[in-house]
Design a protein around this ligand. Structure first.
Ligand code: GDP
Ligand code: MN
Length: 397
């Protein structure tokens, strides 16, 4: 589950990580109130207005702006809230901004060279260990740094039994070129950051930039936090941080129906049971000259209701030109799935305008094929994998 910057920062702060402070607002009047409150709390008289969307690169797209007065806060917030913000990480039409974070300006005027670093915490899947990735090249996107100056990116792996050791935190601060008070501050920052990552059950922290102010404070100016969905049951208070407006509408609907659905860019919808079969079905579609439009695992109970829901969800995607149902009847018998498909089809009638190819294999596969053929519905029924591939090719042609 992805979070907004302001939510990520709240989590960091709750574990003692120093952050650029801010208050979120969903209209320009509240933005001004937020700015006033921030001045009371921090003494700041300049602010940054930051669009809150689930995508990075907001600065480049005009979603992060400095405001030097309350009037500017109001004007800029009014401009940003409601806009379609396009960044290198959004689609071409951009993402609608519903909220802005009014943050204290932490780049002090007169600060000749504020230092910006990059820091992330994530799982290294090849070693099965968490690691801290960091760089002196903060503020720009890390992919560019990786391409142009890979030697400026460092990694520190953490032993799960020992946790982050003090010498590792010092090494990180040292590699970032720090000394004296700033080094001590960075050690504190990294230590708190790693604790926050582990205790919040996150799967990604990306802090870009981490800032060193001219008075040697180290703080998180940005925060991209991804929580591990499978661990959310341990953090009831984090569950309400989900912002469904930021998520793919079809995926949200599918998940609510208990279907495992991922939206893709292709033209052949697929409905499958089991993730492994789903992967090979997607390969099959590609080999037939199509592109999978989605990944949909209906799970063990492929009854009429679930099949209908599956069809409806697949058909919400206008790019779908054909649907391939590929279900292995192990626990669930093929004839029951076939009946489910026939019932769903009858229920949906004219809503289905694309050819459907059904491959049912396993217990009672032959009965299932007969059941579909006898129904008189325009559903292509096949038993073998290759037949399914040929059929997909045929209907796309
Ligand atoms: P992103 O573009 O989505 O990664 O958003 P960030 O939160 O990283 O902000 C983008 C850029 O805005 C940062 O790299 C900073 O250069 C700038 N910025 C952020 N906070 C401040 C601030 O307090 N003062 C000033 N002057 N610039 C800031
Ligand atoms: Mn950033």
């Amino acid at each position: 589950m992805n979070l907004h910057e302001y939510q990520g920062k709240e989590i960091l702060s709750s574990f003692g990580v120093r952050i650029q402070r801010g208050i979120v607002a969903d209209n320009h009047k509240k933005a001004v109130d937020a700015a006033k409150q921030l001045t009371t709390e921090t003494g700041t008289s300049w602010y940054v207005v930051k669009a809150q969307i689930h995508a990075g690169g907001r600065g480049k797209g005009g979603g992060v702006k400095l405001a030097k007065s309350l009037q500017e806060v109001e004007k800029i917030s009014n401009d940003i809230i409601g806009m379609m913000l396009k960044t290198p990480q959004t689609s071409a039409e951009g993402k609608k901004v519903n909220q802005v974070l009014i943050a204290e300006d932490v780049y002090y005027p007169g600060d000749s060279e504020p230092e910006e670093y990059y820091m992330s915490v994530l799982l290294n899947r090849s070693t099965g260990r968490n690691m801290i990735m960091y760089s002196t090249e903060g503020g720009m996107d890390i992919e560019t740094v990786a391409e142009e100056t890979p030697h400026l990116i460092f990694h520190e792996e953490i032993d799960p039994a020992l946790g982050l050791l003090p010498f590792q935190a010092r090494k990180i601060a040292f590699n970032l070129g720090l000394s004296g008070g700033a080094l001590k501050e960075m050690v504190k920052f990294v230590t708190a950051l790693y604790t926050a990552y582990v205790k919040s059950d996150s799967s990604l922290f990306e802090i870009n930039p981490v800032l060193k102010t001219s008075d040697s404070k180290i703080l998180a100016v940005d925060a991209k936090v991804t929580l591990d969905d499978s661990a959310l049951y341990r953090h009831k208070d984090y569950m309400e941080l989900r912002d469904l407006r930021e998520e793919n509408a079809i995926e949200v609907e599918a998940n609510a129906a208990g279907l495992n659905y991922v939206d893709l860019d292709g033209n052949v919808g697929c409905m499958v049971n089991g993730a492994g079969l789903a992967m090979s079905t997607m390969d099959l579609i590609k080999q037939s000259g199509g592109e999978p439009a989605n990944f949909l695992d209906v799970g063990g109970t492929a009854d009429a209701e679930r099949v209908e829901k599956g069809f409806r969800i697949i058909l919400r995607d206008p790019a779908v030109k054909a649907i391939l149902v590929n279900i292995f009847g192990g626990i669930v018998r093929c004839d029951r799935v076939a009946q489910g498909i026939v019932d769903a089809y009858k229920n949906m009638g004219d809503d289905i305008k694309v050819p459907i190819i059904v491959r049912l294999q396993g217990t009672n596969a032959i009965e299932a094929k007969k059941l579909i053929e006898d129904s008189g519905l325009p559903v292509h029924s096949v038993v073998e994998f290759q037949e399914a591939a040929d059929k997909v090719q045929e209907v796309l042609a």
